[in-house]
Design a protein. Structure first.
Length: 135
């Protein structure tokens, strides 16, 4: 009887693990650059540990007058056809129409930040990329 109960417990735990794995499909990777320099800054943030698809790119700026952001896969292919302009500070901006969105295990996510004004730089620029896990 103990083996039967153990077997049933393992079965329930296995079903719970499968349900949890299926439920955790949406996740976010992001990074911020404090006191970014004038011009362009590209930073590798993440190596994909699972297959996934980009669903949106978001940006946030503190201070300054402007910044534009994007993200790309493997240092080559951008996720947004047009950079996301962070003209409004202190609120998140988002573009959910993406390209080059499919990540395989081992692919790299890189964020791209560009500052056009050398006289009024932001104190912080953040980029967040939303993903959906693919089976």
């Amino acid at each position: 009887q103990a083996i039967s109960v153990l077997s049933q417990t393992i079965s329930v735990l296995s079903q719970a693990h499968s349900a949890l794995s299926a439920a955790v499909r949406i996740f976010t990777i992001g990074g911020a650059v404090m006191f970014p320099a004038f011009g362009a800054t590209n930073v590798v943030l993440w190596r994909a540990a699972l297959s996934c698809t980009v669903t949106a790119v978001r940006g946030f700026r503190v201070g300054g007058v402007s910044a534009v952001v994007n993200a790309r896969i493997n240092g080559v292919s951008t996720h947004l056809a047009t950079d996301l302009n962070l003209g409004t500070g202190s609120e998140w901006s988002v573009i959910s129409t993406v390209q080059n969105a499919v990540y395989a295990i081992g692919d790299r996510l890189e964020i791209m930040i560009s500052l056009a004004s050398a006289t009024s730089l932001p104190s912080e620029v953040a980029v967040q990329v939303d993903f959906t896990r693919t089976p």
